[in-house]
Design a protein around this ligand. Structure first.
Ligand SMILES: [Zn+2]
Length: 336
């Protein structure tokens, strides 16, 4: 009797510890997927997405469409399809819905790739990034490598990582939608169109993790391993905790909450695509590197990206999404 007791206690302790500390990260599928996100692959993709050939990816331009075709090719290569209810990866946005702040725009497309959940397929985790940029002006190309080439290629690597897990029999329990939106630079138009015409009911949309600029540093933070996180506790206390735990378990970046305030003078909470989810009561987290000297200039080029920082921030979003997709209970909205 006595002996057994002694044996059981440490075992119970070990079990408790591993549940509390490791969330859903224990085991090799997470590790292998996580490690498949590499600086080299991000760099290869970004040098194409932000190349001169894409002509600054203005909404509805041929350059943007070309970048979009590249994204689709990558999803096809990794075996990730579009949502079943759609006939292609494109959610076409009619030009009537694209009357932006810089005038009328041609028809354009959101691009949607989808990995179906194994246990709760109806619950959807959205990971978003805009693939448009500001185009060309006076003969100069605005490559938009950081804005938002960085988020765009992060989505490709995160999708590849989840697909790798799926192939090894450990696909995400909830579904993941990789949402490449258009028209961001003209007033968050692509994400607004998606929120007005959702492919999956918004009520079943668990969260939006939005990535917009994660490959550079701002003057106050260069040399630090950091990322700004915005909005993560605005609607759900759990989301902030999950993101922090994911960070601690993996890349351990300094999470900077400077802009995490709807009343901040820079109003970043309202300035990227997550806002169209947040305004519909869906918890969001926005990952961002700050405003730097090449922001919205022709000099936002792929050679200036810090590919190690880009990798770590991409891995953080992946780890957060992994927990959100695999945890037992869907996160709850406990704030307004
Ligand atoms: Zn942007």
């Amino acid at each position: 009797m006595k002996k057994t007791k002694y044996l059981l206690l440490p075992l119970a302790f070990v079990l408790l510890q591993s549940c509390a500390a490791n969330l859903s990260y224990s085991g090799s599928p997470f590790k292998k997927s996580y490690e498949s996100i590499t600086s080299d692959e991000l760099k290869t993709h970004l040098y194409i997405v932000a190349s001169d050939e894409m002509e600054g990816r203005d909404t509805g331009s041929e350059g943007q469409k070309k970048a979009g075709r590249y994204l689709i090719e990558q999803y096809q290569k990794m075996g990730v399809s579009h949502p079943k209810s759609m006939s292609s990866y494109y959610q076409v946005i009619p030009k009537e819905a694209l009357n932006g702040r810089r005038g009328n725009l041609p028809e354009s497309e959101n691009i949607l790739a989808f990995i179906e959940g194994t246990e709760k397929p109806e619950e959807v985790i959205v990971i978003s990034a805009h693939y448009d940029h500001v185009g060309m002006s006076k003969g100069e190309i605005y490559n938009g490598a950081d804005d938002d080439g960085s988020g765009t290629v992060a989505l490709l690597e995160i999708a590849e990582a989840f697909q790798k897990a799926k192939k090894s029999g450990k696909g995400p329990k909830r579904s993941i939608l990789f949402l490449h939106v258009t028209g961001e630079e003209h007033g968050l138009l692509g994400s607004k169109y998606y929120a007005d015409h959702p492919v999956f009911p918004l009520a079943n949309t668990v969260v939006d993790l939005n990535i917009d600029m994660i490959g550079r540093c701002d003057p106050g933070n260069c040399g630090k391993d950091y990322v700004y996180v915005i909005g993560s506790e605005m609607l759900s206390t759990e989301l902030k905790k999950i993101n922090e735990a994911a960070n601690k378990e993996t890349v351990n970046l300094e999470l900077n909450y400077k802009y995490d305030d709807p009343n901040d003078k820079d109003r970043l909470y309202y300035r990227s695509d997550h806002y169209n989810f947040a305004k519909n009561g869906i918890p969001v987290a926005f990952y961002f590197d700050g405003i730097h000297e090449d922001y919205h200039k022709p000099t936002d080029t792929p050679d200036k990206i810090d590919y190690v920082a880009l990798k770590k921030r991409t891995q953080l979003v992946f780890a957060t999404a992994w927990e959100l997709a695999n945890r037992k209970d869907r996160i709850v909205v406990d704030k307004k």
